[in-house]
Design a protein around this ligand. Structure first.
Ligand code: KG4
Ligand code: ZN
Length: 337
């Protein structure tokens, strides 16, 4: 069985073909980042237009790289939410049109479900249930218990900024460009994480997060140290980003350990774009003695069609195909599909 997955929830237009033994046959990603960089963040209207422009080219090259045609595809899968509504619309409409023209069944999947199952792509890993997912992306920060495919319990979420947002907004303030997460990660390697002490945030709900206080503290400290726009060779900047990142890693790890213990999980896994962060990966990997720890391969951390294809395969096996009435949803919880 071959599955074609399409992702257009944010600023990557992606199409991929995988086989039902979890091998990735192609995974084509067209990133819009260079365009959005001019604005210091994603402009939704531009994102939708660029998806419409790129979609069929990306699709064609995903099929040709997988050495197949639509006639070989047994299932179509698409991200139906959450994400930018105009962007989601492009993927959902494309998949419905393909399904209509070629009589191929289709499913709509949750974007975060895609990030979770990215861990199993190319057969790198198998999730052993019950598992705890630390979901960290530009739009989400969540702790989720997974008891089986489709059986999820949301333990906590961020009450304000997502962790990727805190990275990006702080980096933008420091003049490190957009998206700033990767830049901070790289620079933090050279810095002293103990040089500056960032405040710990106390939030209602033991598994909830809050990053807007940390972001504000960072912006204020950067201003008082005169770091905004400072040369990237300045070691004070390295120490600053290392200390900032240290507080994020420390917070994420503490809550993950607590939840893993409270819910007696077997596996701890990372999901989402921020799962590419080297310090966060290293921190969760320290838990390997007590848990089966799974981190997604770097190439599948960013939004991509392959993860959507695999989540789609599981959805199809679990609940069958979707109908033409499937609508994109900008805000939909993993536990509320
Ligand atoms: O999952 P994703 O591709 O898009 C969303 O669904 O949000 O995540 C994008 C986020 C951005 O905030 C970006 O700065 C962050 O992931 N990111 C990182 C790293 N690589 C990407 N944050 C920290 N360290 C990284 N190495
Ligand atoms: Zn994502």
């Amino acid at each position: 069985m071959k599955i074609l997955g399409i992702e257009t929830s944010c600023d990557e237009t992606s199409a991929a073909v995988i086989s039902d033994d979890r091998h990735v046959l192609s995974n084509v990603i067209s990133s819009q980042i260079k365009t959005h960089q001019h604005y210091g963040g994603i402009v939704p209207e531009i994102a939708s237009r660029m998806h419409a422009e790129a979609m069929m080219i990306v699709l064609e090259s995903a099929l040709s790289q997988a050495q197949c045609t639509l006639a070989d595809i047994d299932l179509l899968s698409v991200t139906r939410g959450p994400g930018l509504i105009g962007a989601l619309m492009v993927g959902v409409a494309t998949v419905k049109a393909l399904s209509f023209a070629r009589h191929i069944p289709f499913v709509g999947v949750h974007h975060i479900e895609g990030h979770i199952y990215a861990n199993e792509l190319d057969q790198t890993e198998t999730i052993v249930y019950p598992a705890l997912a630390l979901v960290i992306s530009g739009g989400h920060t969540q702790l989720v218990v997974l008891r089986a495919y489709g059986d999820y319990q949301l333990l906590g979420t961020t009450l304000d900024d997502a962790v990727g947002e805190a990275f990006d907004k702080t980096a933008r303030h420091l003049g490190l460009g957009y998206p700033g997460g990767p830049a901070i990660d790289l620079m933090a390697k050279k810095g002293d994480p103990k040089r500056y002490v960032f405040p710990k945030t106390v939030v209602p709900g033991v598994y909830n997060f809050s990053f807007s206080g940390l972001k504000t503290a960072a912006i204020q400290l950067a201003a008082s140290l005169d770091l905004n726009g400072v040369n990237s060779d300045d070691p004070r900047l390295w120490d600053f980003v290392a200390s900032f990142q240290y507080r994020i890693v420390d917070t994420l790890l503490a809550k993950t350990i607590m939840a893993a213990k409270d819910f007696s999980v077997k596996t701890i896994l990372l999901a989402g774009g921020v799962a590419a962060n080297s310090a966060i990966r290293a921190a969760v990997l320290t838990l390997q003695e007590q848990y089966h720890v799974v981190v997604p391969p770097m190439k599948f951390c960013t939004d991509n069609g392959a993860m959507v294809a695999l989540a789609g395969l599981y959805a199809f096996l679990h609940r069958g195909a979707d109908h033409y009435t499937l609508a994109p949803r900008a805000n939909v919880l993993l536990t509320d599909q």
